[in-house]
Design a protein around this ligand. Sequence first.
Ligand SMILES: [Zn+2]
Length: 239
Amino acid sequence: MTTKIYATDAYATDMQTQVLQTDVDDGRVLLDKTVFYPGGGGQPHDIGTLSIGDDQLEVVRVTADADGVWHWLEGSLPSAGMTVHGTIDWNRRLKLMRTHTALHALCGVIWNRYQSPVTGGNMQPGEGRLDFDLPNWTADEIPIVEALLNEELAKRRTIQVSFLPRDAADVDPSLIRTKVNLLPKGLKEIRVIDIVGLDRQADGGTHVSDTGQVGRITIPKAENKGRGFRRIRIRLGDA
Ligand SMILES: [Zn+2]
């Protein structure tokens, strides 16, 4: 099983580790520990490089399964037992962390103003979208929500990562709107991301450590997806 460094330290950019298993057919290796996020919860997987001695291989894809985290490589694969050094594309990841954090802040702002839960979402480095059930929404709300969101981000709210036993998470009312019930049954421990005072969610992704690092956000548009569902798009100010 791979130790998931990204789950406890989102700012770790590289690691020295060992190859646990090599899958020649798929061109991928399982590593003992990793800083590479395998994707999930709308956040894309990391990309980067793996160095073995003087050789450098591109990590083009990262996935996770019951065995751990798989790194899909371009080139000839290192063998099990070899020591490798991995580095993520940090510029891209930091943009994803800022975008991901902005989306959580948007959840908090929408919840506080309308008590509407999020129903879906996705992101790329620098921009993202969330879907909400917002029957009484009009386009006049866009600048208001944008201003509220930037106000909250400017408060430099701390973002805390913690782990809750599954049964405690199941009965935590503040986590219900993030649909803990939809998480896989086998999950014994729930990772919780808390933008202190604004939004608390069960989440596997990577986030910045305070909302001030997100910078300013714009909302270029909100689309009507029918039956009261709205898709709100956000963009980092420097994206
Ligand atoms: Zn999230």
